[in-house]
Design a protein around this ligand. Structure first.
Ligand code: PCA
Length: 322
C-alpha cells in the first residue's frame, strides 16, 4: 500500500510541474530599486518565499513599471494585482485620515511619527477594509526638507518658484508659500528639473540622493516638516484564498518588514544627508524666520484638515496627543 502511494506520488510529480501549488504574485511599487523602501520590500518577498518553501513567490515591479503610482491602489482593490505599495497620504482625497502624516509640523520626529501611526492605523485599517484592502505594513520616509537653487531665508524667497509636489498636502503647502506646484512622480524628478518644469522641491534626503539632486539644485534646508509613510496593502480576497500557513508567513514577514523599514529610515536621514553634502550640496540649517513662516502655513493647513476631517479621523489627533 505504502509503495502504491509512493509510486502514485512519483507519477503525479511527473505529470504536474514542480511545485504545482506554488503561486506567483505581481507587486507594483512606485519607487526605484535603490530606494530603501524597495530594498526592504524585496527582503519581505524573499522571507515569504523562504518561509513558504516557494509556495508564494512575489515579483516586485518597481518604479511604477507595472502600474503608475496613481493607479496602484485601485489595481489592488480590483485584484488586477493582489498586493502593492503606495504613498499613503495620496489617499487624502478619499478621507482626511489618510493624509495626517503629511500635514506640516504635526509629527516631525520618528518618535512622534510612531505615535501618530499607532493612532492612525486602526482608523485607516477600517477605511481600507471597506474597499476589500488590508494593510500589511507602513514605513516612513526620513523627515522632509527643502531643495532649492539658492538659499532660502524666509517664506517669501519661495514666491513664484515652480515647485515639485507629490500629493495634495504638499501642493497646498507650496501654494500657501506663494510657489506654483506641479505633481511629479519620484522617478521623473531629474527630468522635471532638467526641462525646467520645476525648480524646487520638498522631499527626503533619500529622494534627494536617488534623484541626484546635486545635478539641479545647490541647497538643502532640513526643515523636517513631516514624516510621511509608504504603505503595503493586500487584496483581502486574494489573501483569504491562501493556505493559512502562507497567510501567517505573510503576516510575520510584514511585521518584520515594518520594524526593519523604520530602522532603515532612521539610519537614512544622516547617511543620505552626508551624501548630499559630499556631492556639493550646501546643507543649511533653516533660519528662525523661515521656520516661523512655514509653521504659520502649517497652522492654516491644520485648520483646513480639521474642517475636512470626519469625527473618526479627528480621533487620530486626539489619541496622538494623549
Ligand atoms: N520621497 C518620495 C515621497 C516622500 C519622499 O521622501 C517622493 O519624493 O516622491
Amino acid at each position: 500500500m505504502r509503495k502504491f502511494f509512493t509510486l502514485a506520488l512519483m507519477a503525479l510529480s511527473v505529470i504536474l510541474p514542480f511545485n504545482a501549488m506554488a503561486q506567483t504574485w505581481d507587486m507594483p511599487t512606485p519607487y526605484s530599486d535603490k530606494v530603501f523602501h524597495t530594498i526592504n520590500i524585496i527582503e519581505f518577498t524573499k522571507e515569504i518565499e523562504e518561509a513558504t518553501n516557494g509556495a508564494l513567490k512575489i515579483t516586485v515591479h518597481s518604479a511604477g513599471s507595472l502600474y503608475k503610482h496613481p493607479d496602484i491602489k485601485n489595481a489592488v482593490r480590483s485584484n488586477q494585482v493582489p498586493i502593492g505599495e503606495f504613498f499613503l497620504s495620496r489617499l487624502s482625497n478619499e478621507d482626511a485620515a489618510f493624509g495626517i502624516d503629511s500635514q506640516p509640523f504635526v509629527a516631525t520626529s520618528y518618535a512622534d511619527a510612531e505615535k501618530l501611526w499607532a493612532a492612525q492605523k486602526p482608523v485607516i485599517t477600517k477605511l481600507l477594509a471597506k474597499q476589500g484592502l488590508m494593510p500589511l505594513f507602513a514605513v516612513p520616509w526620513p523627515p522632509q526638507g527643502l531643495y532649492t537653487k539658492t538659499e532660502v531665508n524666509r517664506v517669501e524667497d519661495l514666491k513664484g518658484l515652480k515647485f515639485r509636489a507629490y500629493n495634495a498636502a504638499l501642493e497646498r503647502f507650496a501654494t500657501l508659500a506663494g510657489a506654483v506646484p506641479t505633481q511629479v512622480e519620484a522617478p521623473d524628478i531629474p527630468q522635471a528639473f532638467s526641462t525646467g518644469q520645476v525648480e524646487a522641491m520638498i522631499t527626503s534626503p533619500s529622494t534627494g540622493v536617488s534623484s541626484k539632486s546635486w545635478d539641479f539644485v545647490t541647497t538643502y534646508t532640513p526643515i523636517n516638516a513631516w514624516v510621511p509613510k509608504n504603505i503595503v496593502v493586500v487584496n483581502k480576497a486574494a489573501f483569504d484564498s491562501l493556505d493559512v500557513s502562507v497567510q501567517n508567513a505573510i503576516l510575520e514577514a510584514a511585521q518584520r518588514a515594518e520594524k526593519r523599514g523604520w530602522e532603515m529610515s532612521r539610519a537614512e536621514t544622516d547617511e543620505k544627508t552626508k551624501i548630499l553634502a559630499e556631492n556639493g550640496i550646501n546643507v543649511v540649517e533653516p533660519s528662525a524666520e523661515l521656520m516661523q513662516g512655514l509653521k504659520a502655513i502649517g497652522e492654516q493647513m491644520q485648520k483646513e484638515w480639521n474642517e475636512s476631517a470626519s469625527d473618526e479621523a479627528k480621533t487620530i489627533i486626539a489619541n496622538y496627543l494623549m
